[in-house]
Design a binder for this molecule. Structure first.
Ligand code: PLP
Length: 474
C-alpha cells in the first residue's frame, strides 16, 4: 500500500470509526451472533491474491459488526468498563505507525522515558507514595493486564521470600500466598504460573461487606509460620470484581509487614477513582504496599491494553525477571543510567503504549478526568438510591464507586429472568455475580459517553421488564 493509498484508506477508516461512535447507541448492545456464525461467514483459507482495502471495510460492516458486543455503547453496564476515547485511539494509531519496539532504553529512548514520566505523573495524580515514583527507588511500568502485573508482583515476592533461590532451583512448596474469597481469579492463575502450587494459596474469608477479614489473615499467617511455611505474598483488593468491595489495606499491610510478606494492592478498576482525592481514604495504608496496580484500560478512557504496575523497590522486580543474553548488551544499560522495561514484565518486546496514555492525560487534563469519574459515581449512586426505595428491589452490597449490585426481591429465578429479558432486548447490557450465594445483578457506570439519560433509561427498562418477570417471593 503506497503512502497515498494509506492516507486515503486511513481517512476512510477514521471516518468509519467516527460514524461508528455516532451510531453505536442504536445497535443492540450484546451481540446476537450464534456460536460459529461469524466463522461461517469467513473463508476457510487465507486469500491467495491481495484484496482491495474497501472489501475489508465492507466485511467489517457485514461480518464483524453483528458479532460484536458494543463495549463503547453508553448503554453498556456489564462487567467492568473498557472505556476508550478519541485521543487514546489516535495515540494507538500513532504507536502502530511509528512501530518502535521499546524493550530496551537503547531501542527507542523516547518510548522508555515517556512511559517513566507518564507513570510518575499518574503516581502523583493517584496520591501514591513517593517511593512508587521513578526517582524514589521504585517506579511504574505499563503491562498488558492486571493479571500480568499481579504475576510479576508475585514473582518478585517469591524471589524476595526465597532469597533468589526459587529462580535458581524452583519453588520448594514452603512459600504461601494469601487472597480473599472475593479476590480476582488472576491471583490464583498467577500462583499456578509462578509455581507456588494452588494448595499454597490461602483463601481468607470476608466480612459482611465482602472485604477481607484482616484478623483471619493474621491467624492464617501465624498458623502457616508455625507449620514451617513462609508467607510470601498477599493481595489486597480496592474494588473487587463482584461488588467493588474494599479490603482494609492498612490492617492487611500491618499483618503483611509482621510476617514479612509482599503486599500487592489490586485496584484494577477502582484505582482510577483515586485521581479524585475524596476516594483516597478508601485505600489508606497503600503507602505500606510493595506494589500497586490499576488499569487505565478499564476506567480511564484508554483503550486496551494499558495496565499500570507501580513498585516500591524496582530492584526486587528486576532481580526476579532479568536475564541478559549477549545480543541485548549495550552501553546505556551497562551505565546503569537508564531503565530497561524488558526487565519489568514477562515479554521482551513492548509496544509504545505510553503514547495513548499521554494523549489521554493531556487531552482531558486531571480536571477533566476527575469530572468524568465523579459523574459516573454520581450516576451509580443515583441508580442505587432508586433501587433502595423500590419495593421490588434491594441493594446487595455497598456502592463505594461506580458499581451497583442489586436483586429482584422475587429471588434468584426472578433476577435471572429479568437479566435475560433486559439483555435480550438489546437496549442495554448488564451482567451478574453471586453474593452470599444469591444471584445478583450488576450495573456498572463507566462508559465514556454514558450520561444521566442512559442510566435513567436503564432504570426505566429494568422496572418495566421486572413487571413481566416478578417471580413469587420465596
Ligand atoms: N483485578 C480485578 C479486581 C479485576 O476486576 C480484574 C478484571 O475485571 C482483573 C484484576 C483482571 O484484569 P485484566 O483483564 O487487566 O487482567
Amino acid at each position: 500500500m503506497s503512502p497515498e493509498d494509506f492516507r486515503r484508506h486511513g481517512h476512510a477508516l477514521v471516518d468509519w470509526i467516527a460514524a461508528y461512535w455516532q451510531r453505536v447507541e442504536s445497535l443492540p448492545v450484546r451481540s446476537r451472533a450464534a456460536p460459529g456464525e461469524v466463522a461461517a461467514a469467513l473463508p476457510g483459507s487465507a486469500p491467495e491474491r491481495g484484496e482491495p482495502f474497501a472489501a475489508m471495510l465492507e466485511d467489517v460492516e457485514r461480518v464483524i459488526l453483528p458479532g460484536l458486543t458494543h463495549w463503547q455503547s453508553p448503554n453498556f453496564f456489564a462487567y467492568f468498563p473498557a472505556n476508550t476515547s478519541a485521543p487514546s485511539v489516535l495515540g494507538e494509531l500513532l504507536a502502530a505507525g511509528l512501530g518502535v519496539q521499546g524493550m530496551l532504553w537503547a531501542t527507542s529512548p523516547a518510548c522508555t522515558e515517556l512511559e517513566t514520566r507518564v507513570l510518575d505523573w499518574l503516581a502523583e495524580l493517584l496520591g501514591l507514595p513517593a517511593a512508587f515514583r521513578s526517582d524514589g527507588g521504585g517506579g511504574g511500568v505499563i503491562q498488558d493486564s492486571a493479571s500480568g502485573a499481579a504475576l510479576c508482583a508475585l514473582l518478585a515476592a517469591r524471589e524476595r521470600a526465597s532469597d533468589g533461590a526459587a529462580n535458581e532451583r524452583g519453588c520448594d512448596r514452603r512459600l504461601t500466598a494469601y487472597a480473599s474469597t472475593e479476590t480476582h481469579s488472576s491471583i490464583e492463575k498467577a500462583v499456578k504460573i509462578a509455581g507456588l502450587g494452588r494448595e499454597q494459596l490461602r483463601i481468607i474469608p470476608v466480612d459482611d461487606h465482602f472485604a477481607m477479614d484482616a484478623g483471619a489473615l493474621a491467624r492464617q499467617m501465624a498458623a502457616d509460620v508455625a507449620a514451617g511455611f513462609t508467607p510470601a505474598f498477599v493481595c489486597a483488593t480496592v474494588g473487587t470484581t463482584s461488588s467493588t468491595a474494599v479490603d482494609p489495606v492498612a490492617a492487611i499491610a500491618a499483618v503483611a509487614r509482621r510476617f514479612g510478606a509482599w503486599l500487592h494492592v489490586d485496584a484494577a478498576m477502582a484505582g482510577s477513582a483515586m485521581i479524585c482525592p475524596e476516594f483516597r481514604a478508601l485505600q489508606a495504608g497503600v503507602e505500606q504496599a510493595d506494589s500497586y496496580c490499576f488499569d487505565p484500560h478499564k476506567w480511564l478512557f484508554t483503550n486496551f491494553d494499558c495496565s499500570c504496575l507501580f513498585v516500591r523497590e524496582r530492584g526486587a522486580l528486576i532481580r526476579a525477571l532479568s536475564v541478559l543474553p549477549e545480543y541485548l548488551r549495550n552501553r546505556a544499560s551497562e551505565s546503569g543510567a537508564v531503565i530497561d522495561y524488558r526487565d519489568w514484565h514477562v515479554p521482551l518486546g513492548r509496544r509504545f503504549r505510553a503514547l495513548k496514555l499521554w494523549f489521554v492525560l493531556r487531552h482531558y487534563g486531571a480536571e477533566g478526568l476527575r469530572h468524568h469519574l465523579r459523574e459516573h459515581v454520581r450516576l451509580a449512586r443515583w441508580f442505587a438510591d432508586q433501587v433502595a426505595v423500590h419495593p421490588d428491589f434491594e441493594l446487595a452490597a455497598p456502592v463505594p464507586f461506580n458499581l451497583v449490585c442489586f436483586r429482584h426481591r422475587g429471588g434468584d429465578a426472578g433476577s435471572e429472568a429479568l437479566l435475560e429479558r433486559l439483555n435480550g432486548s438489546g437496549r442495554l447490557y448488564l451482567t451478574h455475580t453471586r453474593l452470599d450465594g444469591r444471584f445478583t445483578l450488576r450495573l456498572c457506570v463507566g462508559q465514556t459517553h454514558t450520561e444521566a439519560s442512559h442510566v435513567e433509561a436503564a432504570w426505566a427498562a429494568i422496572r418495566a421488564a421486572a413487571e413481566g418477570t416478578a417471580a413469587p417471593a420465596g
